[in-house]
Design a binder for this molecule. Structure first.
Ligand SMILES: Cc1cc2nc3c(=O)[nH]c(=O)nc-3n(C[C@H](O)[C@H](O)[C@H](O)COP(=O)(O)OP(=O)(O)OC[C@H]3O[C@@H](n4cnc5c(N)ncnc54)[C@H](O)[C@@H]3O)c2cc1C
Length: 415
């Protein structure tokens, strides 16, 4: 019989799930029974989202009791069950393989991260969903479909917001393993960053800029290079920071990955170590994506109103994501600049600050991070996604009973 536990709250506690319990099937047969008998169900994975995307009217389901498997075959890795990047990466590394990129933390599930378009940085790097080559999806009747790149559902299924059904396994593209050397630098002037934003964010395999929008002491360029130390930042005036690294107003406490020495990709690409609490913990996050070609104007527009949100802000991080072909992707057919905000954990204050930022970014057809806090009306988001109607049609086919729909999907996609 399927066990249950309390649904609880998101990782930072900013959203308490309205669903009261989480069903915990022990195998795929039990999962099929849970799904087929449910009127309303969403998957809860590692809970690192900042809104109600994973919530449901009555119950959630988790794959945490299902077997976890990683199989590597040539340049493909198949991951089954609730696998995190922290679990997957060392298995890939042991076989001489790597992913093209990682997010800022490895603690998150592969299925949950790819469901929302989670990304790292790098001018040539697509988000983590762009590495998906096939999806095994259990539909609302408990039937499993394998959706590869030839399947007509693929553009919807590789980044699905959990709207098509339960992803039971994923096949990912891998590449030969590589080493990364990273360093974080203070002292690069904001004007120099913005005047050549593509040069700075494209200077190494993965580059992040941290800022508090006005205090140069808090501006950091954090570069991750696969061809030796990223010393180009020193030519821009950058000075390596010591051990005591501050990300804006977040003082990290022995939780970041090693800087200044080379190491395997998965030990350097995330900012935060798998064995430590990432970021601040007591926070809310938001993130907006604008075309990279509009980066300068978009940054000027946000900076002009930064005094209005300064009280709420812990830090902003700027990254890039390469264009892809996934219909709900924030990078659908556009190279984008990602403008991220880590906020104090004050829901009312954050929700009051967001509309002005969204208004300032409206001229750039802004798209939100699906897993973070935003107030953009659904019709404005849908207007930026040319294949959204195709996504809705596939969601209707995959889930005709509407089991996997929730308030979030009704609000954002009108699903
Ligand atoms: C400290 C911190 C740092 C972060 N850094 C980054 C970053 O660098 N880049 C970035 O883009 N984001 C980042 N995020 C956001 C986060 O990674 C994403 O929002 C991601 O989606 C979280 O996945 P999860 O499984 O933890 O979340 P969950 O809320 O558990 O799941 C996310 C969504 O996926 C669905 N889902 C999960 N598993 C399945 C499944 N098996 N089948 C169907 N649907 C499923 C859920 O229903 C939900 O809709 C960060 C978050 C935190 C807390």
């Amino acid at each position: 019989m399927t066990e249950t536990r309390a649904a609880g709250a998101t990782w930072s506690g900013n959203h308490r799930y309205r669903a009261t319990e989480v069903q915990l099937p022990a195998d795929l047969d039990e999962l099929a029974e849970v799904v087929a008998s449910a009127d309303s169900l969403r998957v809860q994975a590692t809970r690192h989202t900042f809104n109600d995307i994973a919530d449901a009217e009555s119950a959630l389901v988790s794959l945490e009791r299902l077997p976890v498997r990683v199989e590597i075959d040539g340049d493909r890795a198949r991951v089954e069950g609730l696998v995190t990047f922290a679990e997957l990466a060392p298995v890939l590394e042991a076989e001489g393989r790597a992913l093209h990129n990682l997010g800022s933390l490895p603690h998150i599930s592969v299925a949950g991260a790819t469901a929302t378009g989670t990304h790292g940085s790098g001018i040539g790097n697509g988000n983590l969903s762009s590495a998906v080559r096939a999806v095994e999806l259990m539909d609302a009747d408990g039937r499993t479909h394998r959706i590869d790149q030839e399947h007509e559902w693929f553009g919807a299924a590789a980044l699905s917001l959990g709207a098509l059904g339960v992803v039971t396994a994923l096949e990912l593209q891998t590449e030969p393993t590589y080493e990364v050397t990273q360093q974080a630098y203070t002292g690069v002037a904001w004007d120099d960053i913005v005047s050549d934003i593509e040069g700075v964010l494209g200077g190494s395999r993965s580059v992040s800029v941290f800022t508090t929008w006005g205090d140069p002491e808090h501006d950091l360029v954090w570069a991750k290079s696969d061809i030796g130390a990223p010393s180009w930042v020193e030519e821009l005036g950058g000075r390596p920071v010591g051990d005591d690294i501050h990300l804006g107003r977040i003082r990290t406490v022995d939780n970041t990955t090693p800087r200044g020495t080379a190491g395997p990709w998965h030990t350097r690409l995330p900012h935060f170590r798998a064995d430590a609490l990432p970021s601040d913990g007591d926070e809310i996050q938001s993130e907006y994506f604008v075309p990279l070609v509009d980066a300068r104007e978009a940054l000027a527009a946000v900076r002009a109103l930064s005094a209005a949100f300064d009280d709420q802000l812990l830090v902003t991080e700027l990254r890039t994501v390469a264009a892809d072909e996934l219909w709900l992707s924030p990078a659908y057919r556009r190279d984008v600049l990602a403008i991220h905000f880590t906020w104090r954990n004050d829901t009312d204050g954050v929700l009051a600050a967001l509309p002005a930022i969204e208004q300032a970014l409206a001229p750039f057809d802004v798209r939100p991070h699906w897993g973070k806090a935003f107030t953009l009306p659904g019709e404005r988001i849908r207007a930026t996604l040319p294949r959204v109607d195709d996504f809705l049609a596939i969601a209707g086919e995959a889930d005709p009973r509407g089991v996997f729909r929730n308030d979030y999907l009704r609000r954002t996609l009108s699903l």
